[in-house]
Design a protein. Structure first.
Length: 237
């Protein structure tokens, strides 16, 4: 068990995101676990983008590499809310609407700084840059912006799910889903993978603990990415 928070996202940043969505106290092990899960998700996206860039004999990541990474691995589709604000992912969201539900003309979209519309955007930029360096990657500013936004959206979703786990005393209502291709025999979920998430939660109802974050991870991720995130989070909390 480590005594240091997993770089590059610090517990103080994680707790700030949790405070945006819940009044519950967040334990330090829970913050470490959430930081680790977020790092695992971003690492998966960066590595997928690096492979896409390498196929074109490029080292610097461009927005198209993010599209390629998520197109090839559905497990990496974690930033749906950010897609509404990012020119990179506009092809996936179709028409763009403003807060009143009015269609935004294309000429207005080009002149609008939509990334700032996501609460918490830019808080993750420094961590994203550190993570890129740790993976031996460089990226154009648009990619850094997108990774920053995806990290903010993902951690916010994780915080909300962890708060639900505390409030409802577990995640029984989510159930378990096994994904696979039609020609594959269905296999039961690994006990380590679901963390006994269908069991009733123990602990007080005022604090988000490490196990609450791990249980929430089983509801926001799936497949191999979920298993990697859970494994790494256990090692850092």
């Amino acid at each position: 068990m480590t005594t240091a928070p997993p770089a590059p996202f610090k517990p103080s940043l994680v707790k700030a995101v949790f405070r945006d969505v819940t009044p519950l106290h967040v334990s330090r092990p829970a913050a470490w676990a959430a930081a680790s899960v977020t790092r695992t998700v971003l690492t998966g996206i960066i590595d997928g983008a690096r492979r896409a860039a390498a196929e074109q004999s490029r080292k610097k990541l461009v927005p198209g590499d993010l599209i390629s990474a998520t197109d090839r691995d559905v497990e990496l589709e974690v930033g749906g809310t950010w897609y509404l604000h990012s020119p990179t992912f506009r092809c996936r969201t179709g028409d763009l609407y403003d807060a009143d539900g009015v269609l935004v003309p294309l000429r207005r979209r080009r002149g609008t700084r939509t990334p700032s519309a996501v609460a918490g955007a830019h808080r993750f930029e420094a961590g994203v840059r550190k993570l890129l360096r740790s993976r031996g990657a460089t990226a154009v500013p648009a990619v850094v912006r997108d990774l920053d936004g995806i990290a903010s959206v993902f951690l916010t979703d994780l915080a909300r799910s962890a708060a639900v786990v505390v409030r409802e005393g577990g995640v029984k209502r989510f159930g378990a889903v096994v994904l696979g291709t039609p020609d594959e025999a269905a296999a039961p979920p690994s006990p380590k993978d679901v963390l006994g998430a269908l069991a009733t939660r123990t602990g007080d109802r005022r604090t988000v603990g490490r196990d609450d974050v791990l249980a929430a991870t089983t509801t926001v991720l799936f497949g191999g990415l979920r298993q990697r995130a859970l494994t790494e989070a256990r090692a850092h909390a």
